[in-house]
Design a protein around this ligand. Sequence first.
Ligand code: ANZ
Ligand code: ZN
Length: 806
Amino acid sequence: MAKYNHDAIEEKWQQYWDRNPINVNDGKKEKYYCLDMFPYPSGSGLHVGHWRGYVISDAWARYQLIRGKYVIHPMGWDAFGLPAENYAIKMGIHPAITTKSNVDNIRRQMKQINAIYDWDMELNTTDPSFYKWTQWIFVQMFKKGLAYEKEFPINWCPSCKTGLANEEVVDGKCERCGTPVTKKNLRQWMLRITAYADRLLDDLDKLDWPEKVKKMQAEWIGRSYGAEVDFRLENSEKKITVFTTRPDTLYGATFMVLAPEHPMVKEITTEERREAVECYISQAANKSNVDRMAVNDRDKTGEFTGAYAINPLSGERTPIWISDYVLADHGTGAIMCVPAHDARDFAFAKKFSLPIVQVIAKDGIEIKNMEEAYTEAAGTMIHSGDWNGMESSVLKREAPEMIEKKGFGRKTVSYKLRDWVFSRQRYWGEPIPIVHCPHCGNVPVPEEELPLRLPEVENYEPTGTGESPLAAMEDWVNCSCPRCGGAAKRETNTMPQWAGSSWYFLRYVDVHNERELVSREKADRLLPVDMYVGGVEHAVLHLLYSRFWTKFLYDIGVIGFEEPFTKLFNQGMITGKNGIKMSKSKGNVVSPDDLVRDYGCDALRLYELFVGPPELDAEWDDRGIDGVSRFLNRFYTLVQDSIEKKPAATKEMIRLRHNLVHDIEQRFDAFSLNTVVSGFMEYNNAMTLLAKKEGGMDLETLRTFSVLLAPFAPHIAEECWHELGGTDSVFHAGWPKYDEEAMKADEIELPVQLNGKTKAVITVPQDCPKEEALRIAREAIKDRLDGTILKEIYVPGRIVNLVVGA
Ligand code: ANZ
Ligand code: ZN
């Protein structure tokens, strides 16, 4: 009898599928778009952790295929960005060359997964035919006023010599290289994502996404309702406006703090305080926002300006300080400080011995010596003039309006979300298609001249002055103005790596279209993405940016939907031993190449899913693959064996078949892919036992098993399907149906008890009527009965209990 030879089988069916494509769009089938987050083509290639996500999405895609859908399952390359450029700087090799060889290597590795990727749809963000449209979208945003220039202090990585978005700064350090981030005043291109804040927040409700991810997005957008309150300066008509989310605490505002960068600071600072204040301002410039905002920092710093403002409600004099815990670009850059009810204000007041006035009494109790701020809006107002006795939570809601009526402020909505810093002072990115003309100002490159190609340079090194290496290319920089024809200069900043990934999913379905980003007809028919699979590290930025661009393209009529990803699945990470992240530097990277060679693609696919619940991290252990490999061998052998013996299907076999379909389908639909694999193993064991009893397993059940197995281990499934008599591909077999009735065992065993002790076991039909069950039970124990039956209890399907007395 033939033994399972994965090499021969996998080779054979790959060739078959090449000749007979299984996923064809006949225009009649319903579409299903299953997308992987596309990879950055790094030089180190794929490891078994990358495989996991791709196998998860491929199993899901193939499931939809068997269910009769046309599946869109593309792959591409997110290939602009710093690593290729840093490599170019080190080795002097053009990033386009390293990118190409990396892509070739990863594509080769990816083909070993044998996913049903449609390689005709392959795309690469560094291709001029692709980034033409990235630039086109930018131009449309510029025309709508959503892309604009602004000079302001940005996060600056002194080592990468480039500006960073807030989101690229982690714990005050550059996300890529770990260098502490500083501030630098630079002219930047910005995208007005804040104009979409409400829609980005409100539409989260429509999405079938993990709650955790939706919550992270909501927090990032951070909408809060509050008030702006005007504080008049003492002895002046001028006002300083503060932003607060807690206007209910206004009577407790005992001092004010301005951001060191606040424009009024210089003006209000008194002569005696000037030197100290100016010194402080220059120090603050070097700290990151994250450090500045830290709540628990006991060493709060600050300086008194010497000036006072008047609390508009209490009329009290409130000293005005500056401190770096107030950020210049949030709210109004000035706050009223309520030390009794805000932790940072409390720390500041303690440090500088400023007064603390409690205005909210929890359970009506006033605290003698406060040891920490009471930050909840729950309790009764005290020391608050005509607000005394009100409930703080009610007042919090109503105060903005009351303040507006009294004429010293207005209600506000504010967001944590900032506009998106969209320029980078680097080489390896999409050139921003703008011309600076001394007469016309900023003029977009005409659409018919796109793509604006990234020119070759001699030197990739960032200049360090805040200009991109493109600035040194005079031929390229000097141009004529598209509007007036006069001498003008090109923008030399490039786009961030996020640009291409913010819309690539729209392009796959019409990747060769030279006239449009995507034809409206194809967009309507094939988009949006039904299932998006990728790592949780993209839970905020990539997904938020993609949603923003999708909404914009909807607004200008390019597409007819507002949300790009209907369903989202975040797979967990595969780690090395002890949960350590796989990385080249730690030497714990497991490459799939050897495993595929030794065990075959099917075994590795199954093992990737078997290692644990797909949403959780899992530790890799090579040895585990033996178990799944043994299962494949046994299944294959069972099939060979049964084909020889061709036993008739028994009731038990049919029952097993329906239970099998039911269990696998339920687990699959719940995305519990690891238990699908263990289900295969359990049912295979059960089949093997039955086969021993009956001299083989019936072929219909084995065919069904092959179909269910196909999304996971496509080659062996196709092989067995054909050996069992299938003619067309197993992927055209249709997903098997189960019958609830057929799942039930038709005879069941019932224990019979006498006074609560089991004395016999009887076999009765599944839905045995009461009288019949009792009759059989009495019959079974008649020899052991010493007394009269007083009571008969029958719990259908469970038990018969006879109560006997003398
Ligand atoms: C008075 C107050 C009393 C506050 C209280 C809080 C608690 P979010 O939701 O983050 O916007 N704040 C306002 N502008 C700030 C800035 N530029 N830098 C640092 N902090 C700033 O938080 C709004 C609250 O953060 C505001 O409400 C303000 O402090 C502070 F018991 O005002 B609050
Ligand atoms: Zn001009």
